[in-house]
Design a protein around this ligand. Structure first.
Ligand SMILES: N[C@@H](CC=O)C(=O)O
Length: 309
């Protein structure tokens, strides 16, 4: 049995952004360069089709193209988590099965939600994950994110970890993430193979102190965040703290200012991708926000600003 001491995956698994052309088409050459840059920046793995990949503006056909293109291009260099969130259990199970066939290492899934008000009970949430788990043979990461508007208690998450075969990783992005990670680890024990955090690493240090073994960050500067995780893992807490202090302005900018478009703005500035535009109706990044982002990033000399030059 896999135990919490020997997780299959740990470390930094940033979200891969989805580059579009100015006219809003998928830009696959830029997509491949984004992936190559991210691997060069030192990721332990990648996550595709997440919210920071703008998954909500992609068609089903485009999801298929992106998954195939990225997994073929990565070609096993690092493990890839594929997000398969959908409200419908059958759709999510089919998406998940397909992602597994294409080579996904893990699936990331939010609980079922639709719009601002359509939600289901805890029992239905557990039943949803049970059926999706029954359809696959790879680990499932439950994404506990405010965007789903579905509060899941640590007790519910721990119960699903214990009772549902492939539910074993948890990305906790809610307020008070560190306390929730502590509760989840205490309640779930070895069934919680991967207690992770997200939210662009804005709560990374408290979450690592709480026992997080992985972090799903933004895609632009793993070369800055990975050393924090490694220093902490090696017990060099002062060094982890110093590094976190150094990178926190950029992490904070992504979490609170640049948001979903941050990685693409950095990659465009560094010559990694051709265009940073989002897809309509998502608004482009304001010039002042981009200026602040780039000024903050230049102080740190991240690889992203040098990789394509
Ligand atoms: N990092 C998360 C953000 C949560 O909504 C993601 O991209 O899905």
């Amino acid at each position: 049995m896999t135990t919490a001491q020997t997780p299959r995956y740990r470390g930094i698994f940033p979200v891969v952004p989805t580059p579009f052309t100015e006219s809003g088409e998928l830009d696959l050459p830029s997509q491949k360069r984004a992936v190559d840059f991210m691997i060069d920046s030192g990721v332990d793995g990648l996550c595709i089709l997440a919210n920071f990949s703008e998954q909500f503006v992609l068609s089903d056909d485009e999801r298929e193209v992106l998954t195939r293109t990225i997994l073929e291009h990565v070609a096993g260099r690092v493990p890839v988590i594929v997000t398969t969130t959908h409200f419908g259990t059958q759709v999510c199970a089919a998406r998940s099965r397909r992602a597994q066939e294409q080579g996904a290492a893990m699936l990331m899934i939010m609980p079922p939600y639709h719009g601002a008000t359509i939600r289901v009970s805890e029992e239905q949430v557990a039943g949803f994950f049970q059926r999706v788990s029954d359809a696959v043979d790879i680990p499932i990461m439950i994404q506990d994110a405010p965007v789903a508007g579905t509060p899941m208690s640590a007790a519910l998450l721990a119960r699903m970890a214990r009772e549902i075969e492939h539910v074993s990783y948890f990305k906790i992005e809610t307020a008070g993430a560190a306390s929730k990670l502590r509760d989840l680890i205490a309640l779930g024990g070895a069934a919680v193979e991967g207690p992770w955090d997200g939210e662009e690493a804005i709560t990374l240090l408290p979450d690592l102190d709480a026992g997080a073994t992985g972090s799903m960050t933004g895609g632009g500067f793993a070369d800055g965040i990975r050393p924090i995780i490694e220093a902490h893992r090696a017990g060099r807490r002062d060094e982890a703290y110093r590094l976190y202090e150094r990178w926190l302005p950029l992490i904070n900018h992504e979490n609170r200012q640049g948001g979903i478009l941050t990685a693409k703005a950095l990659m465009k500035a560094g010559g990694v991708i051709a265009c940073e535009a989002p897809r309509h109706p998502f608004p482009p990044m304001r010039d002042e926000v981009r200026q602040g982002l780039l000024e903050t990033a230049r102080r740190l000399d991240p690889l992203v600003l040098r990789w394509g030059r």
